[in-house]
Design a protein around this ligand. Sequence first.
Ligand SMILES: Cc1ncc(C[n+]2csc(CCOP(=O)(O)OP(=O)(O)O)c2C)c(N)n1
Ligand SMILES: [Mg+2]
Length: 690
Amino acid sequence: MKLSQDLQKDIDLLSIDTIRTLAIDGVQKANSGHPGAPMGLAPVVYALWQNYLRYDPVDPLWFNRDRFVLSNGHASMLLYATLHLTGVRRVGTDGKVTDKPAVSIDDIKAFRQLDSVTPGHPESHMTSGVETTTGPLGQGVGNSVGMAIASKWLGANYNRPGYEIFDFNVFAMCGDGDMMEGVGCEAASLAGHLKLSNLCWIYDHNSVTLDGPAKWSYDEDVMTKFVGLGWNVTRVSDANDLKMLNRAYETFLKTNDRPTMIVVDSHIGYGSPNKQDSSDSHGEPLGPEEVKLTKKFYGWPEDAQFLVPDGVYDQFKNGIGKRGGENRAQWSKKYAEYKAKFPELAQQIQTMEKWELPQGWDKDLPNFPADAKGMATRDSSGKVLNALAKNIPWLIGGSADLAHSNKTNLTFDGAGDFFPEDAYKGRNLHFGVREHAMGSAVNGLSVSRLRAFSATFFNFSDYMKPAMRLAALMETPSMFIFTHDSIGLGEDGPTHQPIEQLAGLRAMPNMIVLRPGDANEVVEAYKIMIQQRHSPSTLVLTRQPLPTYDRTKFAPASGVAKGAYVLIEAEGGKPDVILIGTGSEVSLCVQAREKLAGDGIKARVVSMPSWDLYEKQDAAYKESVLPAAITARVSVEMAATMGWDRYVGPKGQMMGMHTFGASAPIKDVMKKFGFTVENVVATVKQVLGK
Ligand SMILES: Cc1ncc(C[n+]2csc(CCOP(=O)(O)OP(=O)(O)O)c2C)c(N)n1
Ligand SMILES: [Mg+2]
């Protein structure tokens, strides 16, 4: 097939146009998506990968590789074409790198098809070389901040003089949408504050969004804004100008006190030049005619599809392939010496890399003695979290300005704060009042192999839900800790009292929701969370104290692992009724059980901290906890009742919240909404027809 003379001469342009035409053909074949952003951004990505990204396609898992995040995930073909042309290898299901391509030409042809590794938007658990899942705008840039924190933190804690084991950079490509989204601004603010000099955002300033010209909805001065946020800002006025692009990347590499924002003025690809100014086709494939005209414009054979001209693979091989290979070889040599010199540190790094936990990770976990007065689960959580973090050196995290309320401060000797002034060594992250960026950054930390947690009030899970959802989708074990879990928080009132959050999060696939009922259930909940490798978890904790049960009389708290368990059987077995509670309401059930016994009614109490884990149990176990024959059941939970019908059945009753809460001391709130022992007893009698 004949290429135009010009193209044959310029291998850079030839390679760039190959990215473009692969994107065009992939989108056209799928008849879904739009190649505009890949067409506009191909040179920007080419310059970065070919000349600067420290990345060895032969080992996409190399721990110290630079990370590239495509925050404008709708440009996914840009990433797929790049992974293909650079020859990034596929990681097998066993977590080992194979000699197969991450994205083959057939995979490109299967863009957006069922079970392909080239889904509509990049999904990190589907495709090797995709660092994080993007699509919801703003998330990728949020993740990139977490990755940059990870690099700084790892460097601060594991590098030794002469041994820069961790110093990777993080590049995030983003668009107008990422700039407009709140999370993008929160993340930028956090990154600027933290002076993350290893972070580079490349903003595709193409003056267009989906609905039309960007100016219809967006005309702020992004450069000035980012200067104000503490970033170094530079601009490339033509996305096709490789020289200027290289200069901008050099500027980033030279900047060591701030993150860098590269604003790139580009033209989104609409196809041939006669369509350059239209905006109506943005969001759709070009169509067969326009594809031909566009290829003609590029000097491409008009009918060729998925064409990779001679010399293009070699160009990448001799560029990023060679350079990246050398980068990694140098690092590996250093790392081999490091291993010999610092075997303990190396051991930690290897354990971290494999998502494993260090020996003795659970050795300081507390065992809480029975105590009728008890303690709030936020307090037991604080103790457990500290006991874990002490023995898992790479467990780090923080709160969105509520650490004192969430009890998530790591207080043991040497825990420290993550401040630039302390060389980024500390383990307490201070996210500020930026819940969404916090969630997103925690995901970025998680995909970088740190064990990371966030914290805030449960009600504010709404402010970070999109990040939580992506953690679940991308199968990364972020830990989302929430306190002030119900109307039980009292005086702060209905603006702070969660109602529907439990139901919503329980409906989220792959999110493990845990609402432990006493201090020892908190211990068990953490054991479950920390051992996850592919699922995030949501821990829901009280502000108010709960009794700590006497486990010599009650079943062991290890039942938490099964999601629900018989905490205490009815006196003499053979229950008349089953009371099912979670979190603070377990104690209401326990008290009601005693009262009912006085009235000759035998009640079993089931503690059900996690629906998700319960649903994974076999039928026999479920039958042992909730026997089909016992249809008199009452669930007690100070939250929306949606979904509880499946556990109480048609003859049972659900005690829950049907309105928002109220601002008052806890005892008045409880009374108002009926969460009293008397009311549980009355409800049971109603169910039993007594
Ligand atoms: C949170 C979120 N809202 C909406 C969308 C749908 N969406 C996808 S691309 C896009 C346009 C965004 O414009 P821009 O970021 O400038 O990208 P460009 O069209 O320039 O490539 C929108 C609204 C999305 N992906 N995520
Ligand atoms: Mg745009």
